[in-house]
Design a protein around this ligand. Sequence first.
Ligand code: PMP
Length: 392
Amino acid sequence: MALLDKFAAVAAIRAGLNTSSHDPTQVVIGTIISATEGIVEGRHTILAGTNNYLGLTFDPACIAAGQNALATQGSGTTGSRMANGSYATHAALEQELADFYEMPYGMVFSTGYAANLGTLAALLTPGDAVLLDADAHASLYDGCRMSGAEIFRFKHNDVVSLEKRLQRLGERAENCLIVTEGLYSVLGDCAPLRQIVEVAERFGAKLLVDEAHSLGAYGDHGRGVAEAEGVLDRVDFVVGTFSKSLGAMGGFCVSPHAELKLFRYVSRPFIFTASSSPSIIATTREALRQLVARPELRQTLWRNARQLYQGVQSIGFTTGPEVSPVVAVRIGEKEAALQCWNRLLELGIYVNLMIPPASPDSSSYLRCSVSAAHTTAQMETILEAFRQLRQN
Ligand code: PMP
């Protein structure tokens, strides 16, 4: 096959998405109005697929912090921390994240994707074994692959499957790493972290949890699903992103292990990329402060999550297995899902279209993510649009 021939298959898949009026891969928010509204194709649209769980992207204090950093520290760092040095604020954010999680060590990366690549590729080497939840995010897969470790997948959220894999590993089990997420981002289901921790401890394995979608949403302090399950102090590495609840960009790893301090010397996705710009760091730091200071954001998020989850169910749709800030509405066939997605857009509602292979089973879903910034009226409008889908 010639080098470029493989793109014929990509073009065919894309053409399949183009059968109706709007292409889900080409949505342009012409004007962003607020955390929950934008203008899409000239139409006022409620944004219900942004992962902006706490609605902090337009928070005045976060914006002021970013603007101040931009004015006083410049637009970018123009290089990696290893080569160009760190700004004091990178180190301050690392400390603040460690304090937030009540763990001694923290490390910041330029994206959540890089945090997963950088943590896993530093931690694992060829010859190591890693046990990965089958539905884990691409960045977790990529990090494991990049490390050269031997990857064993266990069935999604299935502790029995995990245990079987560990048993089969024999003596290697006590040196292996288990990788899971807190909240899974497509169906909005949580990992059984308490049971996973117990199994990990029984076999002497280490555990890494990606709380990308659960930071700010779960736990008494908003630290994620591990906190909600009461096992945060038994997790070896927590990774996460600034691009969802914190409304910025970047990622992190925190850990009780002092070795995390040394990851920066071996982590290529940390060493060979530019560090986050000062405005991003300042926005993130302020957002973390808001997350801590305003637990009512979390309460509003959950009120909205319950309203949407129960609302779409009462209209007659099948949803993901539990109430969460991610509300996945099962449509079934890809073509029907594409049609429904288009119809919602025409009704002024933007959600995410999840079709195989991006969805965890062979079904297609309309994936909604709820925000603390959604008003009750907006939630009603979203539900009314789903009602109309049902009537058509
Ligand atoms: N982990 C998970 C579970 C994610 O869903 C994502 C992003 N969708 C990431 C990591 C990567 O984060 P970022 O987009 O901030 O790079």
